[in-house]
Design a protein around this ligand. Structure first.
Ligand SMILES: [Mg+2]
Length: 153
């Protein structure tokens, strides 16, 4: 199995550290950042399979805005929203915008692991579909791929 790369974005640093530590103990490549801006900055240089994203963060970027930007930068990355009971409506909006799922705080760790695994599986399935579509294209139209590559120069 490939390495499972998870980014956790939450302004509550205790929560953030706890989740990241518990994931790392399970040999998952987990990174934590306290803001949406920091998440996007990190995503410029590293691909993540799943982002756990708090919807309520003080300051600049909220979860929904973060979700939009993450999907723009890494469309195959699955996003799971972290919400409080009061912000379930935001989660519904997030689901419409392409979030994989949401979790209500306080988060049960087992439930979190289940959702992360499901999101990882979806991401891998999508990646495989893209890979096989590219291979089909190459088999059927070898010239087309070649032309595209030339066009990108
Ligand atoms: Mg928060």
């Amino acid at each position: 199995m490939d390495t499972f790369r998870i980014l956790v974005v939450d302004d509550e640093t205790d929560f953030l550290e706890t989740i990241v530590n518990r994931l790392q103990k399970r040999k998952i490549d987990a990174t934590g950042v306290p803001t949406g801006e920091a998440a996007l900055e990190l995503m410029k240089g590293k691909l993540f399979d799943v982002v756990l994203l708090d919807v309520k963060m003080p300051g600049g970027m909220d979860g929904i805005e973060g979700l939009r930007e993450i999907k723009k930068m890494q469309p195959l990355t699955e996003v799971i929203l972290l919400t409080g009971h009061a912000s379930v409506e935001t989660s519904i909006e997030g689901l419409k915008l392409g979030a994989f799922d949401y979790l209500i705080k306080p988060v049960k760790f087992d439930e979190l692991l289940e959702k992360l695994a499901a999101a990882f599986e979806k991401r891998n399935t999508q990646e495989q579909k893209i890979r096989s579509a590219k291979i089909q294209e190459l088999v059927r139209f070898p010239g087309r791929i070649f032309d595209q590559e030339k066009g990108e120069e």
